[in-house]
Design a protein around this ligand. Structure first.
Ligand SMILES: [Zn+2]
Length: 349
């Protein structure tokens, strides 16, 4: 290997200066991919898949994800690392050699740049240009203010809560209960807290099938549930490198917490909002992988795919298809979750 192993490499700089299109072009893969606006899709070049839409790329976010067998995803360095079967660090060094000649100063004289198994060194036909920055969607990120009231005297012993499998300890710890009066009268109320632990709203669930013409859920007036990530207050402050499990619903989340997966959050629906994306990114940082366990239905699959594309530029993201076991995470047994995490979690076998 020509590149000194102790060479300094600034991963952040490599990620920001090398565009995913440059990398795909270098491997002669662009012809296999269909482009529409910011997205490219095609068969997965990492597991040599044949499904024509399983491999997806976001140009603006500078990342890729496979929604098929290999389930791999990540940034430009991840791609080269997987494609070449080399370490993340070696992949970054290789990208420097290919696209950042100004950075390659300490190669010993007389040594050639590294040859790779399916791309001989050649100059890129594209100018070095940083990928466009992701649109600033701060405006859509307005937060819910802390609630000016708290529902009093929620009854923790309503049979619906046991029917949904919640234990007494969970009910008490999360302050859940049946609301006999107030804005969520007739509903089971689940308190929603922001990342700092302040109460910002409730999810009201009718216990059982609601009367005709009435929805299953009710929210306090003005409360926007897509600005909150349930359980984020507990996950964000935990000093841990455990994966974070992301699910759709509150009951899915509480069920997985009860199974022992404390680092589970719920996005209170099947589509991830910009505000939720920010919250989950912050909680994950660079070291905690994100496993998306959405419902095994069309909305869940679509939601997981979109969420993965949003989150994969900063975190390792895996979509875990639970469909072989259950339609919803709330129904999974501990052994099934373990099997799924083992199946998808072996990042470096
Ligand atoms: Zn793949």
């Amino acid at each position: 290997m020509s590149t000194p192993t102790n060479a300094f490499v600034d991963f952040k700089e490599v990620k920001s200066r090398v565009g995913i299109l440059q990398v795909l072009e270098r491997y002669d893969l662009l012809g296999l991919l269909k482009r529409s606006a910011d997205r490219l899709s095609g068969p997965c070049p990492l597991h040599q898949g044949t499904n024509p839409t399983q491999f997806r790329v976001s140009v603006s976010r500078n990342c890729f994800n496979c929604f098929g067998t290999c389930g791999r995803g990540g940034n430009v360095i991840d791609f080269v690392s997987l494609r070449e079967g080399i370490s993340f660090r070696d992949a970054a060094l290789l990208l420097q050699e290919w696209f950042m000649p100004d950075k390659v100063t300490n190669r010993p004289a007389g040594t050639a740049p590294r040859q790779t198994k399916d791309a001989s060194p050649r100059p890129s036909s594209q100018p070095l240009q940083p990928p466009p920055t992701v649109a600033d969607d701060q405006d859509e990120e307005g937060e819910n203010p802390p609630l000016s009231f708290a529902l009093k005297a929620l009854k923790p012993d309503h049979p619906y809560l046991t029917e949904r499998g919640l234990t007494e300890a969970t009910i008490a710890s999360y302050g859940i209960g049946y609301c006999a009066r107030g804005c969520l009268r007739g509903h089971v109320a689940i308190p929603i807290r922001n990342r700092d632990g302040a109460l910002t709203g409730y999810i009201g669930r009718w216990p059982g099938d609601p009367p005709s013409g009435q929805g299953k859920y009710k929210l306090p007036k003005g409360f926007r549930k897509n600005r909150e990530v349930f359980n984020i207050d507990r996950v964000v402050h935990a000093d841990s490198s455990d994966p974070i499990l992301v699910v759709e619903g509150v009951f899915d989340c509480l069920h997985l917490v009860q199974l022992g997966f404390q680092a589970t959050v719920a996005i209170l629906g099947s589509s991830l909002s910009p505000r939720q994306e920010t919250l989950i990114r912050e909680a994950a940082g660079a070291k905690r992988p994100l496993y998306l366990l959405f419902d095994a239905d069309e909305a869940g699959r679509k939601g997981a795919s979109e969420a993965a594309m949003s989150l994969c530029s900063s975190s390792i993201v895996r979509i875990i298809d639970i469909g072989a076991y259950q339609p919803q995470p709330e129904l999974l047994e501990r052994s099934q979750v373990d099997a799924l995490l083992k199946q998808y979690g072996a990042l470096n076998p």
